[in-house]
Design a protein around this ligand. Sequence first.
Ligand SMILES: [Zn+2]
Length: 171
Amino acid sequence: MEKVFIPHLFRHERHTLKIPVDGMVLDLETLTPVRGQITVQHQGTFLNVSAAADAIITLVCHRCLQQYNHRLELDAQEVIWLDEAADDTYDGPIELRVDFNDLVESLHPEGHFDAETWLYEQLCLSLPHRQLCSEDCPGLPIPDSQPAVAEETKAIDSRWGSLKSLLEQSE
Ligand SMILES: [Zn+2]
């Protein structure tokens, strides 16, 4: 997925670029390709970015530790401000450029919008916090009494048995 050169958005009808998505997104391991669409609209002082996408992803149940498949459905929308002060040379995740006093994402108006990284972040955010294979997941199975223990118990029982017969003989 190519990065979007922000000024080029003006070339599109209603300054809106629609990016079809059908494939893997960065290193997010999904069972099926991520399918959907990202819409980037230039609103002059900000970008209005939205995405609708879905994929099947394999998760591990927090309760029974079994793997299960989860349908990830993304419906995200975000405003990214265009700010001359934003550093366009920064090439990492968008989140990291946000300082604590200004929790609004911004990009340089002559910079690039990295649609794939943005989509990746949105998909990660949409992962369920509570991962359960089913609402009534019974949790980890309780192990059966181990044969070794059972054998030992039997051995003790037979010793008690011989002690008992000894006592019976002495009567
Ligand atoms: Zn489970």
